[in-house]
Write a protein that binds this ligand. Structure first.
Ligand SMILES: [Zn+2]
Length: 362
């Protein structure tokens, strides 16, 4: 993702330094600023435009090694191509890449390539639509790329555009020169998920793919072709996996279900943690709780935590604690099944023990 900071110029500047709206957006033209001065970075160029550039010139984006700043909306016809009302000025988005001496030149080029790629994708443009300022008016721009400055040619730039990976977060501050560069991605063999996993030395069995699918947020993985393609894509993109560590509680195993036990249960079930079981009816079970954790009310929706618990243990998810839920809990935990919550209670003790071990929720 390219992180674009918007610092749009005023309408007055749009009126005085562009042809206004109507850009046909058929091309993208990356430029280089021609200013090697210290501090001639994206922010300086954005400010120059915001404050009405003294030159009769304008461009949509400026990029340096740290950020991308947008000055004009894409649909404005900026004055950057030197071709009057020609396609350069009226049908292209223009990007100025900084060459300030205090910037990381190659990182700026990488950020520019990422921005070009993002715009190509956004507007459905192919590589042939990336133009040089030189193509529009014959000006020697982008001068450094055209000259292969620091070993990076125009062709190299186009290849960088092609090679932009979606997960690379260009437009963010780059690591300093002493920090290790990201490792190249392992080469994959074959297109199927099984080949891919095998090439990475990862268990490619159905069972493990099902585990991976769950970690990548896919429900009901059955190994269909569509699911395999989707899963492969997610794995390649490296969607962050959710931590698989169950929260562990530190409860007294006393069989008394009060606020701390409710809190631990809410944490384990992933429902809001407030220590309160809301909207409960009065019955033999709810009267056996401790510590004011039960809030009584009638005619309401029940408790979200109780619903989550009921779903997990296979009870009717109505949100109300009662003998049927205790019975299901007793079956789930393997204690005596009588639907009764004693004070204190064996089933609550077992639940507390498992909450402490992080093994209650399965
Ligand atoms: Zn130019």
């Amino acid at each position: 993702m390219v992180n674009v900071i918007k610092q749009l110029v005023s309408q007055e500047v749009v009126n005085q330094r562009s042809y206004g709206k109507g850009n046909k957006i058929q091309y993208i033209t990356p430029h280089q600023t021609g200013n090697m001065g210290i501090g001639a970075n994206a922010q300086m160029h954005a400010n120059l435009q915001s404050n009405l550039n003294s030159r009769q010139a304008s461009w949509h984006y400026q990029v340096d090694d740290r950020m991308v700043i947008q000055s004009f909306e894409d649909d404005v016809m900026c004055w950057a191509a030197g071709d009057g009302r020609g396609p350069g000025n009226t049908a292209s988005i223009h990007i100025e890449m900084c060459i300030n001496a205090d910037g990381d030149y190659e990182q700026t080029i990488n950020n520019g390539a990422a921005l070009v790629k993002m715009l190509m994708d956004k507007y459905g443009l192919d590589r042939s639509r990336i133009k040089q300022h030189h193509d529009w008016s014959g000006k020697n721009c982008p001068a450094q790329l055209r000259a292969g400055y620091k070993g990076i040619t125009w062709e190299d730039f186009l290849n960088k555009v092609d090679g932009v990976q979606e997960e690379e977060n260009f437009g963010s501050p780059s690591p300093g020169p002493n920090q290790p560069k990201p490792k190249p991605k392992p080469v994959e063999n074959g297109n199927s998920i099984v080949d891919y996993l095998n090439a990475q030395g990862i268990d490619s069995s159905f069972k493990n793919r099902a585990i991976l699918a769950k970690q990548y947020g896919m429900n009901n993985y059955q190994g269909t072709a569509a699911q395999n393609i989707a899963l492969l894509e997610k794995i390649k993109k490296g969607v962050p996996k959710k931590p698989q560590i169950a929260p562990k509680a530190n409860l007294n195993v006393d069989g008394k279900w009060g606020k701390s036990t409710t809190r631990a249960l809410q944490k384990a079930l992933g429902t809001p943690v407030d220590g309160i079981i809301s909207n409960q009816p009065k019955n033999s079970v709810t009267n056996a709780f401790y510590d004011g954790t039960i809030h009584f009310a009638s005619g309401k929706q029940g408790s979200p935590m109780v619903k989550a618990l009921q779903r997990m243990i296979g009870a009717n998810p109505d949100g109300f604690m009662g003998p049927h839920t205790v019975r299901a809990l007793q079956i789930y935990l393997g204690t005596v099944v009588d639907g009764v919550l004693s004070r204190p209670s064996l089933v609550v003790k077992e639940m507390q023990r498992r909450l402490n071990a992080g093994t209650f929720v399965k």
